[in-house]
Design a protein around this ligand. Structure first.
Ligand code: ATP
Length: 318
């Protein structure tokens, strides 16, 4: 369990983390989200004692990180996969860490095996690809068999098999009753991995709720309809008060303000064939973009002609 209360970090004039309070519970994967510069890394650094709060407190498994006698057994963290001596082999890196906690070679071999590092364990970490470096970082985090895991962008640079492995690993660790805090900018992956979300914006908590609830809150009652006769259907639908119609593709319309059966009825009235009909399900990306729209510090300008974000195809996505 991780508990932050009034956690604040100022760097001179800049308030990176501003009076943040949240609880990360065991047994679930908690996603930690926020736009660039929102304060996620600073918060994670404070959790593991790498940064000192300007105000407030944060505890892991009931005590500040520094108070734990064997911190690797309490908290495993991956904050920067490059923070490894480049001249050391993966095995020597893990052995050196293990020694500080009285862990034996056997445990090192176990994590090498479980993270898929076996074939490269004797290679110098400096020669590792981004993905292998991530696996080594995850191996370090798992070494002490900790009750709490904190992982900053663990799937960064991993191939699809590696991404799936991390997802399965984290869900398995949570199912064992461990506390898992995961930060990632990959919304589709977060949607598949996390149960609960804490979202930061400009150093403050802007959402702290189950993932499903955050997505449901952003859900709009939109029906997407595919028909070869969009103009006729649109004309008929617009005759009804409160109905909105948006063209998505040449033969696809998004309809708001009426139900799917009402769309079918309108189509039947004017003899229009309906080829597909489905509710537009809001994705986590849509929900996140709406939630953080006012909290984005570094905004890019849209590329002319590029599709608007959140334009799901018929049927939508999670
Ligand atoms: N050592 C530091 N000195 C001064 N400002 C800092 C320092 N570390 C972070 N900041 C600032 O604090 C704010 C929060 O940074 P932080 O790295 O925690 O954000 P983040 O949410 O992790 O962003 P990202 O998604 O880009 O990693 C940013 O404006 C950053 O520039």
């Amino acid at each position: 369990m991780i508990q932050a209360a009034g956690l604040t970090k100022r760097y001179g004039e800049k308030t990176a983390v501003d009076d943040v309070s949240f609880t990360v519970r065991p047994g679930v994967v908690t996603g930690f989200l926020g736009p660039n510069g929102a304060g996620k890394s600073t918060t994670m650094r404070m959790i593991v004692g790498l940064d000192r709060p300007t105000a407030g407190t944060v505890t892991v498994n009931g005590a500040p990180y520094a108070r734990h006698r064997a911190p690797l057994g309490e908290v495993g963290s991956l904050l920067d996969a490059r923070a490894v001596h480049p001249g050391r082999s993966a095995r020597d890196h893990l052995l050196a860490q293990a020694r500080t906690h009285g862990l034996g070679r056997r445990r090192v071999e176990e994590v090498i095996e479980s993270t898929g590092l076996g074939p490269v364990a004797r290679r110098r970490a400096g020669t590792f690809s981004l993905g292998m470096g991530q696996r080594l970082g995850i191996a370090s985090a798992l070494l002490g068999d900790p009750r709490t895991l904190i992982l900053d962008e663990p799937v960064n640079g991993l191939d699809p098999e590696g991404v799936l492995w991390v997802r399965t690993l984290l869900r398995g660790l949570a199912a064992e009753g461990r506390t898992v805090l995961l930060s990632s900018h990959l919304m589709s992956e977060m949607a598949l991995t996390a149960d609960h979300l804490v979202v930061l914006g400009r150093g403050r908590v802007i959402a702290d709720a189950p993932l499903a609830e955050i997505v449901a809150r952003a859900q709009t009652a939109t029906v997407r309809v595919r028909t070869p006769m969009t103009a006729e259907l649109e004309r008929e639908l617009r005759r009804r008060p409160g109905v909105g119609v948006t063209s998505v593709e040449r033969d696809v319309l998004d309809v708001t303000g009426c139900t799917a059966p009402e769309v079918v009825a309108a189509a039947a009235t004017v003899g229009v064939a309906v080829h597909e009909l489905a509710p537009v399900r809001t994705s986590l990306e849509d929900a996140y973009l709406r939630l953080t729209a006012d909290a984005v510090e570094y905004r890019s300008t849209p590329v002319p002609g590029a599709p608007a974000p959140g334009r799901a195809s018929l049927g939508g996505s999670r």
